[in-house]
Design a protein around this ligand. Structure first.
Ligand code: MEV
Length: 339
């Protein structure tokens, strides 16, 4: 079990008084949304993927002290941790594991979670909410969790939400820029030779990551050789995307996104609403477009040729039925966008 470093004990502001309602000051935990640029689904099968933080959208958890049993307040539920509905069981387990990891009983806590990340859209809502709570609780108790400890705790909520998460969402929501990810390995931050201008468009339809991942699993078991070929193609795209980012080659990035979409369609994780947004994006001048995240609902991401083309592309996508669009600039560090 993780033990708090000595330096945190005796701090006059944050001294934990775990068995009393007197307690440290309120603390905030933050995490952003996420975008997968390449490698969704294939990453579950040990292939590489590329993701980045989507800092325009975020989750924040405010942790403070209350009298009585610990409570959680979120868009879904307001009440005690003990009475939280099943839909929040992953989050509750994650919170309980976090207070245990920082060496506290976790009594008398108010955990208030607010998120601007739409749920079920492949934008990392569940991982971000969990990461914000983990970070908020650690900050509240003046504890420092290692990156691995943070990831293990977020994973508890992700397993409830997704079944067999690769871990890419948890990494992305706390990352500061684009990175290459392979399951169970440290991430590699990526170089970006020139800023790339993306538009994310929400189909407005909720996806279900668990169902999409299970669908691919069924296909993998029934048509192993063909599915392996698609997964290998998706892995090859990841190498091309990495090179395109490094060399600032927007044409190659767009082309790679289109190849990825063809492969993702072949494993049946796109749908007609996403396909029509992708067609619209390409007709409106995007260099490439694909689903982002688990698909079967959720969002697409399209690459604009330059900064000037972002607004007309977003407008074309909204006219074609996108419920919401967001511009995203891919830099080596994406944290600035949060401001
Ligand atoms: C979900 O954001 C990404 C998937 O690849 C699942 C995972 O990696 O856990 C579909």
């Amino acid at each position: 079990m993780w033990t708090p470093p000595k330096k945190f004990w005796g701090d006059s502001i944050n001294t934990p008084l775990s068995t009393s309602t007197a307690s440290p000051r309120p603390a905030l935990g933050l995490a952003s949304g996420k975008l997968i640029l390449a490698g969704e689904h294939s990453v579950v099968y040990d292939r590489p993927a590329i993701a980045l933080p989507f800092t325009r959208l975020n989750a924040r958890a405010r942790i403070s002290s209350i009298d009585g049993p610990s409570r959680v307040s979120s868009g879904y539920y307001e009440g005690t941790l003990d009475d939280a509905p099943d839909i929040l069981s992953g989050m509750v387990d994650c919170i309980r594991a976090t207070v245990k990891a920082v060496g506290h009983p976790g009594e008398h806590l108010m955990i208030q979670v607010d998120s601007t990340i739409p749920t079920g859209r492949g934008l990392g809502s569940s991982a971000a909410v969990a990461a914000s709570a983990v970070r908020g609780i650690a900050a509240y108790y003046g504890a420092v969790l290692s990156h691995e400890e943070e990831m293990d705790l977020v994973r508890i909520a992700e397993v409830h939400a997704h079944g067999t998460p690769s871990g890419i969402d948890a990494e992305a929501v706390v990352s500061t820029g684009p990175f290459r990810f392979v399951k169970d390995r440290p991430v590699t931050p990526l170089q970006v030779g020139r800023a790339m201008h993306l538009v994310v468009a929400d189909s407005g339809l909720r996806g279900n990551t668990r169902a999409a991942v299970e669908g691919v699993r069924c296909r993998f078991e029934k048509e192993r050789a063909a599915t392996e070929t698609h997964l290998d193609q998706l892995a090859a795209v990841v190498d091309d995307v990495q090179r395109a980012l490094r060399e600032g080659d927007a044409e190659l990035l767009g082309l790679s996104m289109n190849v990825a979409q063809r492969e993702l369609s072949a494993i049946c994780v796109s749908d007609s609403a996403l396909d029509s947004l992708i067609v619209e994006a390409l007709q409106a001048g995007a260099l490439g477009a694909k689903i982002t995240g688990s698909g079967l609902g959720g969002c697409i991401v399209a690459l604009a040729p330059d900064a000037e083309s972002v607004a007309p592309l977003a407008s074309a996508l909204r006219s074609a039925g996108a419920q919401e669009t967001w511009p995203v600039v891919v830099h080596e560090r994406n944290v600035e966008e949060a401001q």
